[in-house]
Write a protein that binds this ligand. Sequence first.
Ligand code: F0G
Length: 366
Amino acid sequence: AHQWRGVVREYAERLPVTAETKVITLGEGGTPLVYAQQLSALTGSEVYLKVEGMNPTGSFKDRGMTMAMTAAVAAGAKAVVCASTGNTSASAAAYAKQAGLTCAVLVPEGKISMGKLSQAVAHGATILQVDGNFDNCLDVARKLADSYPVFLVNSVNPARIEGQKTGAFEVVDFLGDAPDYHVLPVGNAGNISAYWKGYKEYAAPYESATAGTLPAVSTHTPIMWGFQAAGAAPFVAGHPITEPDTIATAIRIGNPASWDLAIAARDESGGLIDSVTDEEILAAHRWLSAREGVFVEPASAAGVAGLIKKHAAGEVPSGKTIVVTVTGHGLKDPDWALKNVDGTAVEPTKVEFDVVTVARALGLAG
Ligand code: F0G
């Protein structure tokens, strides 16, 4: 029987590894590309969701972490560190265990969801809550790795981008060519940079370090559309933001590390980076769970929120193929699903254990 071998082994010819490399993996990648019935009906285009919540720790970060942890082991590291709004810390903590390394994570106090924190705790990471935001955490993590014997596994490490570019490969391999548009949330901007790198590499002959010249796989690259939360939208402002704020804590970032790469992805693809309000994010979050059957965390809905916003403005063409990456699982931050649109708590209906009462409650009996 064949089992998916994780992104490093599946795409080894296009990654900085050789047959001798000790690969650290939890079987990440190979995630479903789900046809979005309702978004397709809305836009008149074929809309697909790349459901990254199906990765081992529940987010796309695992694609980068398998490569980063593989690089850490190759470098002889004993300890890794990262700054995180939650998902990177969950992923780093899990992959560090697989690698036999110790892991420290720096997270903004009070601004990381319980699901993500519980993962870092469960995997035995040393968790340091910082009195500051993600940008402050990343600043400290970088300085720590510069001056002390710890290996940085944030996306400023190029190995992370290498691993995450496999998301683009999988989309093309499944669709048979690149989509016309690729839409995704933008926070620290590693993922938009990684997808763009992957799409570019698949659209041209590739000089593999281990397998010679590989032919182009796709005929073109997509237009990249990135969406930030309105309260944390430095790319829209054109400069870093000092006090980023949004309910989508995963993308509560004011000074994205991959600034130049994200601008290049936007401009080279003829795309855009725009923003969506928290209300638009929560509406898209609800749309995904209640209409498409796909449960994501709020930040993950920013791409869909952007697509719906652009459609309302008449800017989404019909007859195209559009892929939207939904980046993390709904169980990461489930509280939002338990609130009504007006913010009040969802109250379950209570019934006696009696079949007629249950039938009545379901409207099946008078
Ligand atoms: N969606 C989710 C669920 C995320 O966790 C992140 C980033 C993003 C989108 C944005 O991706 O940073 O590559 O532009 N989370 C990081 C973390 C910052 O620490 O987990 P990006």
